[in-house]
Design a protein around this ligand. Structure first.
Ligand code: SF4
Length: 392
């Protein structure tokens, strides 16, 4: 009872943050002390440490979900692209992002790049930056470029903050984000070990809370959830263990995640909003901070469709490790309609799975998809087929 209430209370708090398209949590954080600023960022990865070190709140902007009616946003884009840029424009034009003092658009695809240009035209009084990331993984080439990119961002944010961002500030921020990465790694390990104790619909909401809460608060929330979840005794089901792939940018509706679970799948790994799991381990917090962040990006970051991989033979290796390390029995490819990075990568990943005789299924979604019955049927059939094969 008490423990159930605790898990329930945490999940309800996360759900309220998830549903709040007016970003009241951000407004409250800013109002708590004079002069506070918040910087939004789009998927997939930005070094949030730089924003934190400037004393600002990093805010993940992941589109409008299935609760936002897009009226003006459609006028800015052709129909045959994903939905996240339209709903993000809608959020901006309706004043919901007025609490942000700037926006970062990380390099992932042309859509996000174009959105950064539109943002510059639409919101001339706000700081806007297209944040490029390296596509060469040598320290002397891509690393040098990336450190320069981060240095420019550091100087821009310092100007906005009205004070310099020192190495000590950055190292403190790296340490705070290391704590957060550790907590989320523990959360993912816990879910993979006992997926019935930590349903993915709850894990997802916890991750979403990290998009608007200060990193220290979010780390505490994840730790509290882990402690509370362990006190519960939830029924263990004979579900199929799957890895979910393709959900790194435009997010699936919560109903879709629940549908996959209700259809008999335990999601034991995924690529939801990768920003908190992009860097795979601790970043040293006692060296040259930009160099250390760069080395972590180049050499110890998640190899997913969201990141350029120059070598064909490396395609799918990270996903195979996810399957092996999490004890998954199959892969569910779920990605936004018209998502070039995910859809171009998918055939190569499917080839790898086929070669290793790992079953998979694939479908597309939009952040406002409403009809879940076909997805439940497809995921359910997939889970049944896994159980039949593994029983054979
Ligand atoms: S959903 Fe895919 S295509 Fe759309 S902005 Fe994100 S990465 Fe680009």
């Amino acid at each position: 009872m008490t423990d159930t209430t605790t898990v329930q209370a945490i999940v309800e708090r996360c759900q309220a943050l998830f549903e709040d398209l007016d970003f009241d949590a951000v407004k409250q954080w800013k109002a708590a002390a004079p002069g506070r600023k918040a910087i939004g960022y789009m998927p997939v990865y930005v070094p949030r440490e730089l924003i934190h070190a400037a004393g600002m709140l990093p805010v993940g902007i992941l589109g409008g979900g299935d609760q936002l009616e897009v009226i003006q946003g459609d006028a800015y884009y052709q129909s045959y692209i994903c939905r996240i840029p339209r709903s993000t424009i809608e959020l901006g034009l309706t004043g919901r992002l007025d609490c942000l003092d700037g926006m970062l658009f990380p390099s992932i695809c042309d859509v996000i790049r174009n959105l950064s240009g539109m943002w510059q035209l639409l919101f001339k009084d706000k700081y806007v930056r297209y944040f490029d990331v390296p596509q060469n993984y040598e320290d002397a080439v891509g690393g040098r470029f990336y450190v320069q990119e981060m240095q420019t961002l550091r100087e821009d944010l310092a100007a906005l903050a009205g004070r310099p961002i020192t190495d000590a500030d950055l190292n403190r921020s790296i340490a705070a984000h290391n704590e957060n990465r550790r907590a989320i790694r523990d959360l993912y390990a816990y879910r993979a070990g006992k997926p019935w104790q930590a349903p993915t619909s709850e894990v997802y909401l916890l991750l979403r809370a990290g998009m608007v809460l200060p990193v220290e608060d979010h780390t505490r929330l994840v730790r509290d959830y882990l402690a509370a979840a362990e006190q519960l005794r939830r029924p263990m089901r004979d579900n199929a263990r799957v890895v979910l792939n393709g959900t790194f940018c435009e997010q699936p509706p919560l109903g879709l995640i629940k549908s996959i679970e209700m259809a008999g799948c335990y999601v034991v790994d995924d690529d939801f909003m990768l920003v908190t799991r992009w860097l795979l381990d601790d970043v040293p917090a006692d060296g040259d901070p930009l160099q250390e962040l760069s080395k972590a990006f180049l050499h110890r970051s998640a190899d997913t469709s969201a990141k350029y991989e120059p070598k064909r033979e490396n395609k799918g290796v990270f996903m195979l490790e996810q399957v092996r390390d999490r004890g998954a029995e199959g892969v569910v490819f779920a990605c936004p309609s018209f998502c070039d990075p995910a859809l171009l990568e998918r055939p190569m990943l499917q080839d790898v799975l086929t070669a290793h005789r790992i079953p998979f299924t694939a479908f597309k979604y939009a952040e406002n998809s409403g009809q879940m019955a076909p997805i439940r049927e497809q995921a359910g059939t997939f889970a049944d087929s896994i159980k039949l094969w593994s029983a054979a």
